[in-house]
Design a protein around this ligand. Structure first.
Ligand SMILES: *Cc1c(COP(=O)(O)O)cnc(C)c1O
Length: 386
């Protein structure tokens, strides 16, 4: 197909899992007939309710995307200026959302073993202007929620999780989205669970939930006049209908990812200078990403390995390099730990390998071979995507 030629990529990093188009058509016919396209219509209501049940949480608000969900969550918790301690080792949307909510990101270092915020670094970064913590469950690997909640409690801070990659992740038998004052999960095309674009904000408090529902709809309230300026961040009926179908598929998609993760670990676990992320205990992961860290013991540098993969049509990515605090938009943001040594080291070592349900065993074997035999010509040719 033409887009494959245009992008010239044989093995993509991710490929969206979609239901058969036939399953969506009756829903679209229904939407066409009803004329209800947005503004909390019947599919929106059904999808929100289905998520409440699936996640076993009381308050879920759908959003157009996670970036708007984060902005609205920060606003709904009453934050109006001040500093928010967050991670530099993330997608830029985390910090962008803070800026759009009128807050100042303060970057603290990560734990090199989990890639999540290091509680000691967070404690050191909390100052008199700090109003909240915004940790990210990096790669869907849950943060140490106990430590984050303790720090927030001790210092009177709000705790908001950027849980964008976390659909399906459970810790201690519960969805990680149930943690903190609010958690925001993305349904973007590149995530484990997608509605093309979309997101949900999960929160603990009924009043915060009501405020979120107003903020995503221009600040409108059926009972009163507009009391604060809202956004238009609503999810459309199309995205909600797709979400209902995707809910039936996601467990199978995660199962495929788990199997790919297992094969990568088996093949790469013993390669000198290549480190895989440790599997945390008591956690059901969704295997959204498969990062490896290329150290001194490997015959090639990280960038040389990255280039080797690219040259052979494997679209691996250096997520998250550069760090957010290294992007020009954030050069002036405060960094309390001058060096951020762990984040800088991991950003210099990381390569995320392709992982998605359509990745074939042959494609995965090709990727693995490029890594395991860094100087050999590729053993097989990359096939077209499945
Ligand atoms: C994908 C992602 C986002 C942005 O989600 P959108 O729904 O695309 O706005 C934010 N933070 C992290 C960590 C992400 O991975």
């Amino acid at each position: 197909m033409s887009h494959r030629l245009r992008f010239n990529v044989s093995i993509p990093l991710s490929r969206p899992d979609l239901p058969p188009l036939d399953a969506l058509v009756p829903m679209l016919e229904d939407i066409w007939e009803s004329g209800v396209l947005s503004n909390g219509g019947p599919y929106h209501q059904r999808f929100e309710q289905a998520l409440r049940e699936q996640l076993q949480v009381e308050h879920v608000n759908l959003f157009a995307n996670a970036t708007l969900g984060l902005i609205a969550a920060l606003k709904a918790l009453g934050l109006q200026g001040g500093e928010v301690v967050t991670t530099p080792y993330t997608f830029v949307a985390t910090a962008n959302a803070l800026r759009w909510a009128g807050l100042t990101p303060v970057f603290a270092d990560i734990d090199p073993h989990t890639l999540n915020l290091d509680p000691a670094a967070v404690r050191a970064a909390i100052g008199p202007r700090t109003v909240a913590l915004l940790p990210v469950h990096t790669y869907g690997n849950p943060c140490n929620h106990g430590s984050m909640a303790d720090l927030a409690g001790q210092h009177g801070l709000k705790l908001v999780y950027d849980a964008a990659p976390c659909f399906g992740v459970r810790a201690g038998g519960r969805s990680v989205l149930a943690q903190g004052d609010a958690s925001v999960v993305s349904f973007h095309a590149t995530k484990v669970f997608n509605t093309f674009e979309g997101a949900a904000v999960v929160c603990a408090d009924a009043r915060v939930s009501e405020r979120l529902a107003r903020l995503r709809n221009h600040g409108l309230d059926p009972r009163t006049a507009v009391e604060e300026p809202g956004l238009n961040a609503k999810m459309s009926e199309f995205n909600a209908a797709l979400g209902l179908l995707q809910l039936e598929r996601v467990a199978q998609a995660i199962e495929c990812r788990r199997e790919i993760d297992r094969r990568y670990r088996q093949a790469l676990g013993g390669v000198s200078g290549v480190e895989c992320l440790a599997l945390p205990a008591g956690v059901e992961l969704n295997h959204a990403y498969f990062p490896i860290f290329v150290g001194a013991g490997y015959p090639l540098g990280r960038d040389a390995l990255y280039q080797r993969l690219q040259d052979h049509g494997v679209d691996a990515r250096r997520y998250f390099h550069p760090l957010v605090c290294e992007l020009p938009a954030y050069w002036r943001a405060p960094v309390r730990q001058d060096e951020l040594p762990a984040a800088r080291r991991r950003a210099a070592e990381v390569v995320c390998l392709p992982i998605h349900p359509a990745l074939t065993q042959a494609q995965q074997a090709f990727v693995i071979d490029l890594i395991v035999r860094p100087h050999a010509a590729p053993a097989v040719r990359a096939g077209a995507p499945a």
